[in-house]
Write a protein that binds this ligand. Structure first.
Ligand code: ATP
Length: 367
C-alpha cells in the first residue's frame, strides 16, 4: 500500500484496475493534483490493489481491505476492470464493479452524456442528458440472491435468469433522479421501462417512480418504453434530460447516449450510496488499446470531477463544486481544439500529452 495522505483533508482511495486502468488513473491523479494546487485543496491518495493486481498480491480480485477501509475515505477512484480475464469466483475472480456496488450499497449510478463545444458528435445534435441507473438489483445474477446465483440451468438446454426489483430500490433511485433534475435547468425526468412485458417488475418500478414524482411538482415527468428510447436517442437525444431506469436498461442506454455524444472515452460516471461514492468510467478496460498510451482519460477525469462535486455537497464546501466544474471546463477547452484530441475523437495525441494539456488548462484558465 502506498500512502500519500496529508492530514484530514480529502482522502481518496485509488484502485487502478486492469487494461487501460493504470494509464487513465495516472492521468486522473495528475489532473486532481493540478486542481488541488489551483483551489488550495488538500487531496490525499491511498493506492490499493484490485483486479488482476489484487489477485496477484492477495489471491482475490477484490481484496477485503478495500471494502473494510472504504468508510475511512471520502471517496474512491476506480479504474476500469477486466473481469472477463478473471478465474472463477471460487479461485478469487470476483467482479469488482458488482462487489463494490453491492457491498458498499452504491445504489445510484449517475451517467451523464454531454457533447462538448466545437466537437460535432456523431448524432449531430447537442446531447446533455444523465442516465440515473439503479445499481444494486435488476437482471444481474450476482445481485438477485442472498445465497446462490440469479442464473441457473435446470437442464443443459435451459437457462433461467432472474430479475430482482424492490420497492426500496425503485424508490431510492427515483428520488436520486428527481433530486438531480431539480439542480438542472430543464428539470425533467423520463422513467424508462418495459412494463408492457415485465408487468410486475416494471409495474412496481413505475408505481414507485410515480409516487416520488408527486413530491417534485416543479419537475416535469414522463414515461417511455425502453425500445422507443433506444430509437429516440438516435433520432434526437436532445429531447432527454434525466432518464431514470432499472439496472440493465440503464447500462445499455448510457453507453448508447455516451457514444452518441462523442465517444465512450468521454463517458464519466459516479456510483453513489448514502455513505460513499466511487468515480468509475462508464466503459470497460479496453484491452484492445491497453498499454498503447492512446486511451482517452476524459471518462475517469470527468468521473473524479463528479466525485469532488459529490463530496462538496456532503461537506457543504462550494470550493469543491467549483473545482469539479473547473475540471469539466478544462476538458471542454482541450477537446474543443482538434490538435489536442485523442485518437478516439479523431485526434493524434496520446494519453500523457492530452493529460498535460488538461492539467495546463487547469493551471492557466481564468476562474
Ligand atoms: P467491457 O465488457 O468490460 O465493457 P469491452 O472491451 O467490451 O469491455 P470497452 O472496454 O468499454 O468494452 O471498450 C469498447 C470499445 O471502446 C473498445 O474498442 C475500446 O477500445 C473503446 N474504448 C473504451 N474506453 C476507451 C477510452 N477511454 N479511450 C479510447 N477508447 C476507448
Amino acid at each position: 500500500m502506498t500512502d500519500t495522505r496529508r492530514n484530514d483533508q480529502i482522502k481518496l482511495m485509488v484502485l487502478e484496475g486492469d487494461g487501460i486502468g493504470p494509464e487513465i488513473t495516472a492521468a486522473t491523479l495528475e489532473v486532481l493534483q493540478a486542481v488541488g494546487e489551483r483551489f488550495d485543496l488538500d487531496i490525499g491518495f491511498t493506492h490499493l490493489p484490485i483486479g488482476l493486481e489484487g489477485l496477484r498480491q492477495h489471491g482475490t480480485t477484490v481484496p477485503p481491505m478495500i471494502v473494510d477501509t472504504a468508510p475511512d475515505f471520502d471517496g474512491i477512484v476506480l479504474g476500469p476492470v477486466d473481469h472477463f480475464a478473471y478465474p472463477p469466483a471460487d479461485q478469487g475472480g470476483l467482479n469488482p464493479s458488482g462487489e463494490l456496488r453491492k457491498r458498499l450499497e452504491l445504489f445510484a449510478n449517475i451517467r451523464p452524456a454531454l457533447s462538448r463545444p466545437g466537437f460535432a458528435p456523431p448524432c449531430g445534435c447537442h446531447v446533455d442528458l444523465v442516465v440515473v441507473r439503479e445499481n444494486t438489483e435488476g437482471f444481474y445474477a450476482d445481485r438477485a440472491m442472498f445465497q446462490g446465483s440469479g442464473e441457473f440451468m435446470p437442464t443443459p438446454d435451459i437457462a433461467m435468469s432472474l430479475r430482482k426489483i424492490t420497492r426500496t430500490g425503485c424508490t431510492r433511485i427515483a428520488k436520486a433522479a428527481f433530486e438531480l433534475a431539480l439542480r438542472r435547468p430543464r428539470k425533467k425526468v423520463t422513467a424508462v421501462h418495459k412494463s408492457n412485458v415485465l408487468r410486475m417488475g416494471d409495474g412496481l418500478f413505475l408505481e414507485c417512480t410515480r409516487a416520488v414524482a408527486k413530491d417534485y411538482p416543479s419537475v416535469e415527468y414522463d414515461e417511455k418504453l425502453v425500445d422507443a428510447v433506444a430509437a429516440l436517442l438516435i433520432r434526437d437525444a436532445s429531447m432527454f434530460d434525466v432518464i431514470v431506469t432499472t439496472n440493465m436498461f440503464g447500462d445499455i442506454l448510457s453507453d448508447q447516449a455516451s457514444e452518441l455524444s462523442g465517444s465512450l472515452g468521454l463517458a464519466a460516471s459516479l456510483n453513489s450510496g448514502a455513505d460513499t461514492a466511487v468515480a468509475q468510467a462508464q466503459h470497460g478496460s479496453a484491452p484492445d488499446i491497453a498499454g498503447k498510451g492512446i486511451a482517452n482519460p476524459s471518462s475517469l477525469i470527468g468521473s473524479a470531477a463528479m466525485l469532488l462535486g459529490w463530496i462538496g455537497e456532503r461537506r457543504n464546501d462550494p470550493r469543491l463544486n467549483e473545482a469539479a466544474a473547473f475540471i469539466d471546463r478544462a476538458l471542454s477547452a482541450v477537446i474543443e481544439n482538434p490538435e489536442t484530441r485523442t485518437p478516439d475523437l479523431g485526434g493524434a495525441i496520446g494519453t500523457k500529452a492530452f493529460t498535460g494539456h488538461v492539467a495546463n488548462a487547469i493551471r492557466t484558465m481564468s476562474r
